[in-house]
Structures are given as C-alpha cells and as structure tokens.
Design a binder for this molecule. Structure first.
Ligand SMILES: Cc1cc2nc3c(=O)[nH]c(=O)nc-3n(C[C@H](O)[C@H](O)[C@H](O)COP(=O)(O)OP(=O)(O)OC[C@H]3O[C@@H](n4cnc5c(N)ncnc54)[C@H](O)[C@@H]3O)c2cc1C
Length: 550
C-alpha cells in the first residue's frame, strides 16, 4: 500500500477526480490501479474564494516496489505505515475470578473511578484484553443524566451528582464532540479511539476528516454502546457509586492502594486503581490530598464565552463559499499575546452551537459550549480565555486553583442574579466599560437565561485588560469579531484541571502511591475527549502489564 499526501482538489470536485488525481500523480494507467482509501481529508481555506480539499490517500497498485523506487525522492509518495492498534498483553487464563485473579501475580480486579473518555477507554482496553474491570461512576446512566442536565437548563434545578460534568460519558457527553488533538500517535492510540467510536455509531468520516466532530445526540447513544461492549466482555459498571475514600497501606513510607470506600460505606478491594475523575471532581481532589497522595497545582485558563452569528464567522472564513454544505459551519482558532504579558486564546469553539450551563456545584455559574452533529444553530460560540499559572496567580496550596475557580463561579452566580442566569455583556459595551441593558442583533443561547450587566468585575483585572486588548486584534483575523452586539457570558473556568495528580513517566503510577494510576483531564494528563481517551488506553496498558508482569 502506498501513502500519497498533499493531493489537492477543488471544493466541488466529483468523487472520480480522486482516482484521476492518483493516476496522474503516480503516472500510471487504470490497469495498474487496484483501489484507494481516504486516510485524511483537510480543508485549505487560506484563500476563501479558492478553497481546496487536501487529501492523504492510501493506494493499492500493481508494481508497488517499482513505483516506490521511481518516487524515492518524493516525500509525498511513501509506503503506507501500519495504523493498527496492538494490545500489549492479555490476561493469562484462567481469567481473574470476580475477586481474586488466578494465574496472575497481582490478585484483585482493576477498579476504574469515573466513566468519562479516560475511564471508558481504560475499561474498554482492560476488558478487551481479558481483565474484567470494575467501573465506579458517581453520576447516573446517560439517559437519566440527560434528563437531569436538560432539567437544570430548563428549570434551574441543579443536581450536584448528575449534570454536564458528572455521569456516564463524562464531561464531553453534552458537547460539540470535537475530536481534534495535537497529540503524536506513534502507537495508533488515537486511531483505536476513532475506530471504537465508529463501531459505537459515530459517522465513518471521523476516521479521515482533519477536524472531526460527533455532536451531542450521537455521543449519548455511543456511550451506551460502549458500556454494553465492556459488560459483554465481563466488565462491571456501577452508577451512583461515588468513591469517597481510598485505602492505602504503608511500608517504609511507600503507599500501596488497598481499596476504595464508596459514599454508601461499601468497601471494594483492589491493588490497581485507575483514577479518571475529570477536572470537576473537587471533593475527590480534596480527599486524595488529605490522604497524602501527591498532587500539585497546574496552569489553566479563565475567561468568558463569546457568541456571534454563525453567518459572520462563515463569511470571514469562507468568503463567497460561505454556507456551502461541503464546508459546514466554519470554526476558528485565535491567539493574542496581550501587552500585560498574558496570552488570550479561543477555547473549545462550537460552530452552530449553544452556550451551556456547566456548573456542578450549587450557587455557582460556569459556561461551556455544545452543538449537534448538524451544527446548524444560529450562533457560533467559543471560550475567550486567559492563561493563568500557580506561580503568578494562585501560589501556595495545591488546591488554590480550585478555590480561585470557586470564587469566580460564585461571583458569576451573584452577578447573574443568584438564580443560575449567566451574567452577560455586549462586546461593544464591554470594550467601552459600561454595563449592557439591552440585547442587539445577537440573541444569547445560554439557558436558563442571560442577565445583562457589567462583566468587568467578573474576572481579575489582568484578565479583563487582556481580553479587552484581544477582541479588536481578533477582528483583524475574523472580520466582525468585535461586533458591538456580540455577547460575552461568564464565566469560563473549567478549561482544564487546576491540579495534577503527578505520576511516574514509566509505570504511570502516582509518584508516592503504588497501584494508583491517575489519568485523563482531571489528573492533568489530557485536555479534550480524544487525548483523555488516549491517556486512558496508556494507563490500561500500564495496569495490564503490572498485573501480568508485576
Ligand atoms: C460542555 C462541554 C463541552 C466540551 N466539548 C468538548 C469538545 O467538543 N471536544 C473535546 O475534545 N472536549 C470537550 N470538552 C472537554 C472534555 O469533555 C473533557 O476533556 C473530557 O471529557 C475529559 O475526560 P476525562 O475522562 O478525563 O474526564 P471526564 O469526562 O470529566 O469524566 C470524569 C468522570 O468521573 C466521574 N467522577 C468524578 N469523581 C468521581 C468519584 N469520586 N467517584 C466516581 N466517579 C467520579 C464523573 O462523574 C465523570 O463522569 C467539553 C467539556 C464540556 C463540559
């Protein structure tokens, strides 16, 4: 199989043009061609009036060796690498029994705390390699969770254990389902994740689109399918099973996990505990800190969510091609280095989506964004956030970042009127430093509602100054970005985890607690659905190797 890169075709090209381009590139006739498959498809929109699709193609031909020799100096014609995921080990038979393993050195079944992308993929890989994991998830199964989450958005009734952050599927279940990641993927973990998503019902194109997304409704049914797969392989998944304590035995100051205690007092023994709790498990962070498990504060970002008409973003990005269904709703990625030394950037951009209430604690307001697969809502939204660090902004205690988040979220709740309305302001007023009193051409999508106010007290001054400086700069890249009627809502605080549960690079176990495998976004080792899922796979491999090899 050959891999051809940088094959460029016009936006409206007919399907058969791909084959024609292959024959032309390789200088072969139809008889020498067997078949092709799209490996990646990107969009080159640098010239909005002449947008191109850019393909990476895997091509089967007769006389492959001869063609490779002919193109040996061409970096765009190479042998296609193997992209299949390979399991590192399997449970020896007989399989581990429900409580005690047989034929393996370490005895207990692995336990996974949290069933978001990291926990799902840790469980899936362990189940597929025969280890029968037990999953403990504090929230509800996804269908019931959906009712609670929508209930909060409609009626302002927050269930602190079942919401956007907590429950089957994890934080990204009600999201845009963007699956982009900058991660390097030499072991094809990312490919494995995408293939499993497709098996569970995701559209096939996520395998090759350079900016794949799934959308909320499909994610819900995919999560259920993956749950069924894990159960069919002997895994066990328990909902409304919050882990409130971790039992650790000590030998010469070195801790070893012995088990966990659930909120109902039940104890489950294990020597292999995967902690995949996400970035909002603040009570769990407090508990593990109290237990002496090493954690440290890490950087994250704070800011607002911005909403523009999607048509404005489409026009700025795609010019006369705006609205072309082949391109879909346009996205953007923006960065600005502010004069006060801060970096401002767009975060989790959701084309054609809605701003959602993402709080998990009573009396606090947090924004985030989601969309459906079609991305056809009226507004585009994105976080506009400022990077902050423990050294500069919340020094001292490892949990100081959590406290800062809480403080800002409580302030947003008060600014919104103490009823889960998000405080909001029009960009024009924000730039002029005066409170907003009336919506203009952009209707906000956040529910239960947006309360217009002055956002200048919602964030520390350095963040407000940096965002004020960034908006006109962003308008130089996306024409109209500083539209006076565009709406800012606050606050965006859950951009990533404020803590890291530090682990060793080699065995992926906590640096001071053996048998504890921190993973995913909450542990500080991922940022987004794909990278959290990939991290879950890595940790599953480490657990499997530890059980088999010791
Ligand atoms: C509204 C929204 C939109 C998003 N959009 C995108 C997007 O489009 N693309 C993208 O890549 N990322 C997106 N993200 C981020 C993405 O969801 C996260 O990066 C990802 O879910 C992290 O995965 P995780 O498995 O590490 O943690 P999580 O998904 O947070 O899962 C952690 C799980 O652990 C459970 N848990 C916590 N504490 C305990 C405990 N003590 N006991 C038992 N269970 C516990 C929680 O209930 C939760 O289900 C979005 C997030 C939100 C909130």
């Amino acid at each position: 199989m050959l891999r051809l890169t940088e094959i460029k075709l016009s936006l409206q090209h007919a399907q058969e043009k791909i084959k024609t381009a292959i024959l032309k590139k390789l200088g072969i006739v139809e008889d020498d061609f067997i078949r092709y498959q799209i490996f990646k498809r990107g969009v080159d929109a640098r010239k909005p009036h002449a947008i191109l699709f850019v393909y990476t193609l895997d091509v089967e031909v007769k006389n492959e060796a001869k063609l490779l020799a002919k193109f040996k100096k061409d970096i765009h014609v190479k042998p296609a690498p193997d992209t299949g995921y390979k399991f590192v080990t399997f449970a020896p038979s007989p399989q581990p029994s429900p409580t005690r393993g047989e034929g393996v050195k370490s005895m207990s079944r692995p336990v996974i705390v949290g069933f978001g992308p990291a926990g799902i993929f840790a469980a899936l890989i362990l189940a597929q390699s025969g280890f029968k994991p037990i999953v403990l998830e504090r929230g509800k199964a996804v269908k019931e969770r959906t009712k609670d989450t929508w209930g909060f958005w409609r009626n302002s009734k927050l269930n602190p254990e079942s919401n956007v952050q907590f429950g089957e599927g994890g934080a990204g279940t009600f999201s845009d389902g963007k699956l982009y990641s900058q991660i390097k993927d030499p072991k094809h973990y990312g490919r494995k994740v995408l293939e499993e998503f497709v098996k569970a019902g995701a559209p096939e194109e996520i395998l090759y689109d350079s900016h794949p997304h799934i959308g909320t409704f499909r994610l819900v049914s995919m999560v259920e399918k993956m749950r069924e797969t894990i159960l069919s392989l002997g895994g066990e998944i328990r909902f409304e099973a919050r882990v409130d304590d971790i039992e650790i035995g000590y030998k010469n100051e070195h801790g070893q996990v012995q088990g966990v205690v659930l909120a109902n007092g039940e104890r489950i023994a294990t020597n292999h505990l995967v902690l995949a709790v996400g970035h909002s498990a603040r009570d769990t962070f407090e508990m593990i800190h109290k237990r002496g498990i090493y954690i440290e504060a890490k950087p994250f970002s704070i800011g607002f969510r911005v909403e523009h008409p999607q048509s404005l973003i489409d026009r700025a990005r795609y010019g006369s091609n705006s609205g072309n269904p082949l391109l879909g709703a346009a996205d953007y990625r923006l960065v600005h280095h502010a004069k006060n030394g801060r970096s401002v950037y767009s975060f989790c951009m959701c084309p054609g989506g809605t701003v959602v209430a993402a709080a998990s604690e009573p009396g606090r307001v947090v924004t985030n964004g989601m969309s459906q697969y079609s991305r056809n809502e009226r507004n585009a939204n994105a976080g506009i956030v400022v990077g902050i660090t423990p050294e500069q902004d919340y020094p001292g205690d490892p949990l100081a970042g959590v406290e800062l988040q809480r403080e800002l979220e409580a302030k947003a709740y008060a600014l919104g009127g103490n009823n889960y309305a998000a405080p909001g302001q029009l960009i024009g007023d924000f730039l002029e430093g005066k409170p907003s009193t009336e919506f203009g051409e952009v209707a906000p999508s956040y529910t239960p509602s947006v309360h217009l106010t002055d956002l200048s007290s919602a964030l520390p001054e350095y963040a407000i100054t940096a965002i004020r400086g960034a908006l006109p700069e962003f308008a130089k890249q996306i024409k109209g970005f500083d539209l006076p009627d565009a709406i800012l809502t606050g606050v965006e605080t859950r951009t990533s985890s404020p803590v890291r549960i530090t682990r060793n690079d080699d065995d992926l176990q906590s640096i001071n607690t053996k048998g504890l495998y921190p993973t995913g976004e909450g542990a500080g080792y991922a940022g987004g659905i794909l990278s959290a899922a990939v991290d879950g796979i890595k940790v599953a491999e480490a657990v499997a190797l530890s059980i088999v090899v010791g």
